[in-house]
Design a protein around this ligand. Structure first.
Ligand SMILES: [Zn+2]
Length: 479
């Protein structure tokens, strides 16, 4: 019984975590296809312009030009090579309309060894019904869906005074923490952009999660995310310098012992409200013990303590995690005891974890050792976006295209740009509206990243439906 349950729980959490051949190249000629609205060709051309974080401008200008040529109002916020950020909107931003913002990031992670790829990583090859190349999924597919959906409202916006503006917001630097993109937008241009809501990257549709209906896709809409804290422990405890007569305490030993204590500490299992709500929503489609567990995860979760803690993916959803990412000491001769040692940890905190209480917990664990603790960097808490009007709009839109789909809220364990907007009190929802088989999920940030053309069309339909829904159901108050 447990094996079965665990297997599905594993899949569930794997799904909730993300977010995350051969053929003939028929990539189009970029020179004369700017006016082409064909989704696959647009994605292919966009992928062909490498935009590894730090060099977004060329790809950004390509997308900006495309928007301009199709009648959108473009505002370039910053146009540095490593920080190209623009909005392309139905109405000029100066009109000050409440804005539905569709956010995508221009930058991609490096391609890695080209030998690992079936097609060259920036070829944008179209083969086997897919567009291949770095960024094809993350995040250029989303940008193409959003922009092509937006274009379908250009004529309407010219004829009518619509209740909202709708903007594509294309930003730089998401993969390196958002400082060159979303942070700049939220710090300097938020009033001008005037977002009522932001739809950005996050979850996706996954099948195989519901035991009674394995083909049914489950779409996880990101409403929350964990916070990141970089922490260092250091020791400079005075000791004799010669390795032949070791003292009870010396820096490398203290840091290693404190590190071991931190890594061995049993993390507390915490069921975040978002996780609870997601499981509750899914439980409707389950029966028996699975349904009971999902409905009463607060009760059952801790009973599965060792299972949860031993599964990295599930642990990342239900505990504050600590990873040792650097360990160093002053290096001298091998018979010399170093005067200084340091360890750095990447800690990820659940949204409801209080930073000071977490630090107290760390302090208690390392108390027996002669070390000091330093917070190197800590991302402030971002509120959870509620499942109100704008969430339901996304839910409706998914159902209009994937009629049997199940839509659930979920918590993103990594960080993405949505947090910058949530921190400013703007609801932000994360979703790539596509059914993503495991092998495509695995290609994100890896070799052979590729996105199905058919999924591109469906994603555009979801976004068209979303914009249409919001324009027909304006609601400035309920959310
Ligand atoms: Zn991304």
């Amino acid at each position: 019984m447990m094996m079965h349950t665990e297997n599905h729980l594993y899949l569930l959490f794997l799904a909730l975590m993300i977010l995350g051949n051969p053929g003939l190249s028929v990539a189009s000629d970029p020179v004369n296809s700017h006016l082409d609205r064909d989704p696959a060709r647009l994605l292919s051309e966009y992928v062909q312009i490498p935009s590894v974080s730090g060099s977004e401008k060329e790809a950004g200008e390509f997308l900006m030009q495309f928007c301009l040529e199709h009648g959108l109002h473009v505002r370039v916020f910053t146009d540095d090579p490593d920080s190209y950020n623009f909005a392309a909107s139905l109405y000029p931003l100066e009109m000050g309309k409440p804005n539905i913002v569709l956010m995508t990031h221009i930058d991609v992670v490096p391609a890695g060894d080209p030998e690992g790829w079936t097609y060259p990583p920036f070829s944008g090859t179209i083969a086997d019904g897919m567009v291949w190349g770095r960024g094809a999924i993350d995040n250029k597919a989303l940008g193409v869906m959003q922009v092509l959906a937006l274009l379908q409202f250009v004529d309407m916006a010219a004829e009518e005074d619509l209740p909202y503006n709708v903007s594509l917001l294309a930003v730089s630097g998401e993969e390196t923490g958002g400082d060159m993109g979303a942070r700049i937008i939220t710090n300097r241009f938020l009033d001008e952009l005037n977002p009522a809501v932001v739809y950005g990257e996050g979850g996706a549709g996954i099948t195989g999660l519901v035991s009674t209906r394995p083909e049914t896709p489950v779409f996880g809409v990101g409403v929350a995310q964990k916070r990141r804290m970089f922490l260092a422990i250091e020791s400079t405890v005075a000791s004799s310098g010669h390795g032949s007569i070791p003292r009870e305490r010396y820096p490398t030993k203290e840091v290693v012992k404190a590190t071991a204590a931190l890594l061995d500490a049993t993390p507390t299992i915490t069921i975040s409200p978002t996780v609870r709500e997601g499981l509750l929503a899914l439980s409707k489609y389950e029966t028996g013990i699975r349904q009971r567990i999902m409905r009463r995860i607060d009760f059952y979760g801790p009973l599965f303590g060792s299972f949860i803690r031993n599964d990295p993916l599930i642990a990342s959803m239900l505990t504050n995690t600590i990873s040792l990412t650097s360990l160093s000491s002053a290096e001298g001769a091998y018979n010399q005891i170093p005067t200084h040692a340091r360890a750095v940890f990447d800690c990820r905190l659940l949204p409801e974890t209080d930073e000071n209480r977490f630090l107290d917990h760390i302090r208690r664990i390392v108390a027996p050792y002669d070390v000091t603790i330093e917070v190197i960097q800590s991302s402030p808490a971002a509120p959870v976006s509620e499942q109100g009007h704008y969430y339901r709009a996304m839910e409706e839109s998914i159902h209009s295209v994937f009629d049997d789909a199940i839509v659930v809220p979920f918590m993103f364990v990594a960080i993405n740009d949505n947090r910058f907007f949530r921190r400013k009190g703007i609801p932000a929802y994360g979703l790539l509206p596509a059914i993503m088989p495991e092998e495509l999920m695995e290609s994100i940030h890896y070799f052979d990243e590729r996105f199905p053309i058919d999924a591109l069309h469906k994603g555009i339909d979801v976004y068209v439906s979303l914009i249409d829904y919001l324009l027909n159901n304006p609601d400035y108050k309920k959310n």
